[in-house]
Ligand binder design. Structure first.
Ligand SMILES: Cc1cc2nc3c(=O)[nH]c(=O)nc-3n(C[C@H](O)[C@H](O)[C@H](O)COP(=O)(O)O)c2cc1C
Length: 355
């Protein structure tokens, strides 16, 4: 089969197959395994400190000389919560913290600190990163210019046509069209409280028609049939996340892996209760009870910070009811195998299907 060659040529890879960046799941070993096998590994560093960002990039470099992408979160920091909102959320979370045997430290909103991509750009430039992908927005003009000046290939995430056109207008080289089947956070940025929920099958051809950039299909692709279908829709390549959650090189908890391995098509939902941004994961008690409580949820990354100690304790206590277990709708296709095997079998199956 003739693979579309544009993205492979631009990124210096063999097949236009991108392992999705998955914060908390993707390791330097996963990135290197995929890149060494001819795909594009993606290293997630969204929200990490500049020091952690640098050491992860260096760790990947020790394992591969092949191209890989570094993935940023392009959100802005929202206005902090009022004391009333914070008291309300603390009040609800306190019971869950107590159930897990940990104390809720009521941190005042003013003392919360967050890293953003603005803190990381310098590291990416110093480390001479060649490919940068991002989600949750568009990097600001200063960051885009600095990266472009250094010849960095830029990939942005869109969840509707308008976002894709905006990425193109900002000079982004490759557009990742993320359908609502996708595991993890929606990359939406024009209306993130009410994100567009367009499936990959409908989104990809519309984005392909609207922009003059290569489009990568993401969301619900977990075997060679999905890869072949995406290419038939006009995609120039694919980005696959959920299928790698349980791979040998994944660093997520056994609980997350086991849950994902046994999940069915109906088990995932979109929720904002863990982080303040809409994301797809396997339903559990925390999601259901928070939905029923009907609280107003703080924006990302504030809510993320408020629930972080609870998620950490849940992982330690082996309690999946309070963990964020991100996964997409094609979750039954996960398999505990080396990442390179997953990549190779998807490519082989797609090659058998397409002329
Ligand atoms: C566990 C998990 C974590 C994710 N974390 C990130 C991330 O850090 N950055 C990002 O751009 N996308 C992230 N995503 C979304 C992926 O980039 C991609 O859109 C999605 O995995 C594609 O759909 P699929 O899961 O059905 O393959 C994550 C997805 C999952 C499943």
């Amino acid at each position: 089969m003739k693979w579309p060659h544009q993205v492979a040529r631009m990124a210096g890879i063999e097949h236009p197959f991108i392992q999705a960046p998955m914060l908390g799941v993707t390791t330097p070993q996963m990135v290197a395994a995929v890149s060494n096998a001819g795909g594009l590994g993606s290293l997630p560093v969204g929200g990490l400190s500049p020091a952690d960002t640098a050491s992860l990039i260096q760790a990947v470099r020790k394992l591969t000389g092949k191209p890989f992408a570094v993935n940023l979160f392009a959100h802005s920091i929202p206005a902090l919560l009022t004391h009333i909102q914070l008291d309300e959320m603390h009040g609800v979370l306190e019971q869950y913290y107590a159930e897990l045997g940990i104390e809720l430290v009521k941190q005042p909103a003013e003392s919360m600190q967050f890293y953003t991509y603005a803190d990381q750009i310098e590291v990416l430039l110093q480390e001479k990163v060649r490919i940068v992908s991002f989600t949750f927005g568009v990097l600001n003009d200063a960051a885009l210019q600095a990266l472009k000046k250094q010849g960095v290939l830029l990939m942005g995430t869109a969840t509707c046509v308008r976002e894709a056109v905006m990425l193109q207008d900002k000079g982004i080289d490759i557009i990742v069209a993320q359908g609502m089947e996708a595991g993890g956070h929606r990359g939406s940025f024009l209306n993130e409280r009410n994100p567009p929920l367009i499936g990959t099958m409908a989104l990809v051809p519309q984005v392909v028609d609207a922009v003059q950039r290569p489009v990568i299909a993401a969301g619900g692709i977990a075997d060679g049939r999905g890869v072949a279908a995406a290419l038939m829709l006009g995609a120039a390549g694919v980005q696959v996340g959920t299928a790698f959650v349980t791979c040998d090189e994944s660093s997520t908890s056994d609980l997350h892996k086991q849950t994902v391995l046994h999940a069915a098509d109906t088990d995932t939902v979109l929720t904002n209760v863990f982080t303040g941004r809409w994301a797809r994961g396997v339903r559990n008690r925390f999601i259901t009870e928070m939905e029923q409580a009907g609280l107003s949820i703080a924006d990302y990354p504030v809510q993320n910070q408020l629930t972080a100690p609870m998620r950490k304790a849940a992982s330690r206590e082996n309690n999946k009811e309070f963990l964020a277990m991100w996964a997409g709708q094609f979750v039954p296709k996960t398999d505990p195998r080396p990442a390179a095997d997953i990549l190779r079998s998807m490519i082989q199956q797609a090659e058998e299907l397409l002329p």
